[in-house]
Ligand binder design. Sequence first.
Ligand code: GTP
Ligand code: MG
Length: 292
Amino acid sequence: MGFWQKLKKIYFGDVFGSAISEADEAFFDDLEEMLILADVGLTTATEAVKELRQRMIEDKISGQEPVKACLREILAEKLNVGDQSLNLSTRPSVILVIGVNGVGKTTSIGKLANSLRRKGKKVLLCAGDTFRAAAADQLEIWANRARCELVRQHEGADPGAVLFDALQAAKARRADVVICDTAGRLHNKAHLMAELAKLRRIIDRELPDAALETLLVLDATTGQNGLIQAKQFQETCGCTGIILTKLDGTAKGGIVIAIAQELQLPVKFVGLGEGIDDLQPFDAKDYVGALI
Ligand SMILES: Nc1nc2c(ncn2[C@@H]2O[C@H](COP(=O)(O)OP(=O)(O)OP(=O)(O)O)[C@@H](O)[C@H]2O)c(=O)[nH]1
Ligand SMILES: [Mg+2]
């Protein structure tokens, strides 16, 4: 929890004075400003403060601790937008990992594969980024580290063909989970987005009954800008959740709330570094507790 503790100190340490009441305009102004600074987003920050004030009046809440508890409750409600756990209910299950360039897709796949393998799952990685030869090599290094299998082809191969192979291999070898890497792409490049839609169709065709997670990877340090990209990916692929990487590189942890509110998608994992163990399942309760 070291990281979450850090957030609190930076942003919210001074806002909560001793005797807060519902008439304390300065408090509400400061709180709204802090929430915006933490990247919660303007709309959500305004809403949260308005709700807090309303509840303070209705339930006669005042004073530092009760007000904090009430705000925690409000933010937790805002984070409650879907299942935070992975649906891996079928054998095999499929996880498709997508996002713009350099956000941390391949690294997150390596970390996730390792953690699933340690839980006893047979994991097969699919090198769906055929754009650069180095991409499959990078995934192969992670496959070795995480001690799981890899299906790859040559540079420039059709990603759909690699995915097809990987799905067949997963069925034949009775893998529990296939995790498919994809090339980074800009959300506004229509032909590249169409390629993702095609990958999605291949999964639907080859494994129509499989549990499918489409995880969009977002880099926390890009803040609100990431939300615009996300909407395009969401429209093309119908994402089921977010992996929020590089949270170790920003103190603006409020972005998690903005994502939940604006995309109505749960953050399922957070990346907190480059090492194999630096991916954690996101826990809304711990997070809100640390933030406020
Ligand atoms: N600090 C930090 N660095 C990270 C995290 N996740 C990934 N990185 C780093 O970000 C860089 C890019 O990571 P990749 O996994 O290659 O990103 P990608 O999305 O696969 O990139 P492309 O395939 O080129 O689109 C690497 O240097 C990673 O080590 C994280 O949670 N924290
Ligand atoms: Mg990659």
